[in-house]
Design a binder for this molecule. Structure first.
Ligand code: HEM
Length: 525
């Protein structure tokens, strides 16, 4: 017998339930309520925000969008204000994202320095800074960090002549003749030279001088920065819809594909040579060989790994441009720097040896001062708190999932660290030189006040177990390049101004203005 539904008297039912669409209508409403709850009080972000609310906040009265705007435009001033206001306690800093960061006071730095990644995770925090979700920059490339630490840094003395050969090549080919004052677009010229020099050590002579490779490497790094800035400017709610459509983001996808096209044949030819059994074949002495060995015979060096290195390159080139902008308006440093560089070269038979580079104390000090006042980031030591949360010695608790950071730029300009020395707000190119050479200074002072130092008062390269492993290589490469530029050229601002070209700052990101030129004139020797 067929089952028949009882006939219902719909006239007595509430209006909403009488429709033939009753069931779907209820479901849709329930789903909407659920989505709303997920987006608000039930979402992990909302829960994190609720836990974070126990910590004090800077600029708490402003609206969400006002805070975002203030952060994008005046992050440095905000961190300075936070530094003054919350000397000894952690506080929340509203950023351009939808959850605040937690700024850790300097007095607890040492307690955090050696915590493992399970408690303070570098990679997700780096992904946030780099907007990896959209830029595609993979940050968990510990193999690159490991290879730089274990293979590149210990080999620096051996690699120096190779690096210097490329510095020489870059200067001869990328700088104009400059017999008269000649405008040079500093940012792109330096980016080109640094990409070439770094490329020589990472991918070898063949590829590093290829105009197509260089063009892709430099523009990749420039596009990462552009995309990063554009995404940070966007409202967090709109990012998933608008960010993938950004022209800079789409260009990045094309550049990744191009990078893979450069590396695949090179990797393949090295693998073929290795497998050929030729007893005379030696793997070239570069980082590509190291990374290939690290990938356990699979011979796969991904575009992403090379991308990571290219980011190191942009940091390095951005910093050299900063040095040049600082020097261009401080000609009084040229004579002492030239004297030092010439003296060291003479003592080392005209060679830029590793020992000689270490003896360029004034140049090292100038570079460190430039990095102190124009670091690539206003804050460093970005880490995401692990599942156990973070208990600070003063009883404050930072919940799991929160991003912590150090107000590094404010810390390194704290007058307390500079007692008895020049005003930390003023550029003093020999500040760190004096600290290394003052009467009674020992080996510890030498180490603490050098460009590559990473400790509680020297934070531009980060801090703790993930502090930049590329800094020793960067220091050598930058010193060689700067030394040659200082010896061979006079330079000044192209627009006739005598003030240092202002940096471009967006949120925590700081970069020299890429549109400014310097005038160069070759020195008669
Ligand atoms: C002046 C130039 C450079 C600056 C200012 C700089 C700065 C930084 C900073 C701030 C960090 C994050 C550290 C932290 O949060 O504790 C970092 C990480 C890193 N840097 Fe650099 N960097 C520079 C050059 C380079 C170069 C040339 C390379 C490659 C040879 C490189 C490779 C890396 C790597 C692989 C990491 C991640 C470390 C890890 O995963 O543990 N950097 N760098």
């Amino acid at each position: 017998m067929a089952f028949r539904q009882p006939i219902r008297d719909t006239s007595k039912m509430p209006l909403a339930l009488t429709s033939s669409h009753t069931f779907p209508a209820v479901s849709v409403a329930a789903v909407l309520v659920f989505i709303l709850l997920r987006l608000t009080i039930l979402s992990p972000k909302a829960r994190l925000r609720a836990h974070l609310a126990r910590l004090p906040i800077l600029n708490g009265s402003a609206s969400g969008e006002e805070k975002r705007k203030a952060f994008l435009e005046t992050a440095h001033q905000l961190y300075q204000a936070g530094y003054q206001k919350f000397k000894d306690e952690a506080y929340r800093m509203p950023t351009s994202d939808d959850v605040e960061n937690v700024v850790i006071p300097p007095k607890f730095m040492r307690d955090l320095r050696t915590l493992p990644d399970s408690d303070l995770n570098f990679y997700p925090a780096a992904e946030k800074i780099l907007e990896s979700k959209y830029t595609g920059v993979l940050t968990d490339l510990s193999s690159v960090a490991y290879s730089v630490r274990a293979e590149l840094t210990p080999a620096l003395a051996r690699l120096n002549p190779i690096v210097y050969d490329e510095v020489d090549h870059a200067l001869k080919h990328d700088m104009p003749e400059c017999t008269e004052w000649t405008p040079v677009p500093m940012y792109m010229t330096i980016a080109h030279m640094v990409a070439k020099i770094t490329g020589r050590v990472f991918v070898g002579e063949g590829l590093c001088r290829s105009p197509e490779y260089l063009d892709n490497a430099i523009n990749y790094a420039v596009d990462v920065h552009t995309a990063q800035v554009e995404v940070k400017r966007m409202s967090p709610l709109l990012r998933p819809f608008l960010a993938p459509r950004l022209a800079s983001v789409r260009r990045l996808r094309r550049r990744e594909a191009a990078a893979a096209r450069f590396f695949e044949p090179l990797v393949q030819s090295r693998l073929d040579a290795e497998r050929s059994g030729d007893p005379d074949w030696r793997a070239p002495d570069d980082m590509l060989s190291v990374l290939m060995r690290k990938s356990e015979g699979r011979g796969i060096v991904s575009a992403a790994e090379m991308a990571k290195i290219q980011l190191g390159i942009i940091f390095a080139s951005v910093h050299t441009t900063s040095d040049m902008y600082d020097l261009a308006v401080r000609p009084e440093y040229m004579a002492p720097l030239r004297e030092e560089i010439r003296g060291v070269l003479a003592a080392h038979g005209g060679e830029m040896t590793a020992r000689g580079l270490q003896q360029m104390l004034k140049l090292d000090s100038f570079m460190k001062e430039s990095l102190r006042l124009s670091p690539p980031l206003t804050t460093t030591f970005h880490r995401v708190v692990g599942r156990r949360g973070l208990a600070l010695p003063n009883g404050q608790h930072v919940p799991p999932g929160a991003t912590v950071e150090l107000a590094s730029r404010a810390i390194v300009s704290d007058p307390a660290w500079h007692q008895g020395d020049a005003d930390p707000a003023v550029f003093d190119g020999l500040r760190h030189y004096r600290r290394r050479t003052r009467p009674g200074a020992g080996a510890a002072d030498h180490a603490r006040h050098q460009f590559v130092a990473s400790h509680e008062q020297s934070l531009a390269f980060g801090y703790g177990r993930h502090a930049c492993p590329g800094r020793f290589f960067a220091a050598n490469e930058l010193k060689m390049l700067l030394a040659r530029l200082i010896l061979e050229f006079d330079f000044k601002n192209a627009d006739g101004s005598t003030e240092r070209y202002p940096n471009i700052e967006i949120g925590p990101l700081i970069a020299p203005d890429e549109h400014k030129d310097l005038l160069f004139k070759r020195v008669k020797t």
